[in-house]
Design a protein around this ligand. Structure first.
Ligand SMILES: [Zn+2]
Ligand SMILES: [Zn+2]
Length: 80
């Protein structure tokens, strides 16, 4: 595990005071403003999905790697 003393909010390295958050983020957390994640989240912009591979969620990982599960359900198969 990385340094336990750092806030677990994205890109925040303040000292933890409670629940894994710094003072500022703990307050947000209590106010319900923080995502309730127990997992690492995607590093994609404004994305809070669970990580799929590396630092990306399935959606962003797929986008980054060009192939997708969605590609198999291509619109070409629009048979009536
Ligand atoms: Zn913080
Ligand atoms: Zn994502």
């Amino acid at each position: 595990m990385p340094n336990k003393g750092a806030c677990k909010a994205n890109e925040c390295e303040r000292e933890v005071i409670a629940k894994g958050y710094c003072r500022k983020h703990y307050r947000l957390w209590k106010a319900g403003e923080m995502p309730k994640t127990r997992y690492k989240t995607c590093t994609g912009e404004n994305c809070r999905k669970k990580r799929f591979k590396g630092s990306l969620c399935e959606e962003h990982w797929t986008a980054a790697h060009g192939k997708s599960a969605a590609a198999e359900a291509a619109p070409a198969a629009a048979s009536a």
